[in-house]
Write a new protein. Structure first.
Length: 223
């Protein structure tokens, strides 16, 4: 089987396959636990705008171009309600910097280079069991101020009929800039681990050295 075929298999994998992955290595809390709401965080100044998004969950490949630079990651998870029940039909948008820490946004003052092969944002809709998945790269850290480096992170915007819209950010476990990040520190200490994901060698045999992580998100009903 080709690498591209294996990648497609991951992006289309059903609930049973995802469940095995989620249970391996303790990468997500048991769904039997009470599902606390995922903490909201700022969207930041580089949101691309609604008109830029379309259904695309592979940010690493633009038709006719080379693969994006950076550490390949496979990111998946489930959107849940406060009762730990999966929510189908949820729109999930992500946006991020490329491997150099640069956003594809004219307002980004970072002098780092743009990656012309990276898509920078993507969108998908959760399946019947609340699952979503993306293929991307680990974004680079970047200077937010003279004495503040933002750690690698991915922005999420989650919306569904009957639920409050959620904007949050996901971080990478063990990054040297996490502890001092002013935005991550603004998340209550007892909730901080819920937005930090441990990426490990993927159990699926895609690209050599690819990493996989699980980020479950809990949203609040308007009722």
């Amino acid at each position: 089987m080709s690498i591209n075929s294996k990648r497609r298999d991951f992006l289309k994998v059903g609930a049973s396959g995802l469940g095995v992955f989620m249970l391996s290595g303790g990468m997500t809390k048991a769904l039997a636990d009470a599902c606390g709401l995922t903490p909201a965080q700022t969207s930041g100044p580089f949101y691309p705008g609604e008109d830029k998004f379309h259904q695309e969950n592979d940010l690493t490949q633009i038709a006719g171009k080379a693969q994006a630079t950076g550490q390949i990651i496979y990111l998946s998870g489930r959107i849940l309600n406060a009762n730990c029940k999966p929510v189908p039909g949820v729109h999930v948008e992500i946006w991020q910097a490329c491997a150099t820490g640069k956003y594809n946004n004219p307002n980004d003052p970072n002098p780092a280079a743009i990656d012309p092969n990276f898509k920078y944002w993507g969108e998908t809709t959760t399946s019947h069991d609340g699952t979503y998945r993306f293929k991307s790269i680990i974004p680079g850290a970047y200077p937010a101020d003279t004495d503040w480096m933002r750690p690698p992170h991915i922005h999420f915007k989650v919306s569904a009929l009957g639920y409050h819209e959620l904007i949050t950010q996901m971080y990478f476990k063990g990054n040297q800039y996490n502890d001092a990040d002013l935005i991550l520190k603004d998340v209550p200490a007892n909730e901080r681990e819920s937005v930090i994901v441990d990426f490990v060698p993927t159990p699926f045999a895609q690209e050599p050295n690819a990493l996989s992580g699980v980020f479950d998100i809990t949203i609040q009903s308007v009722r």
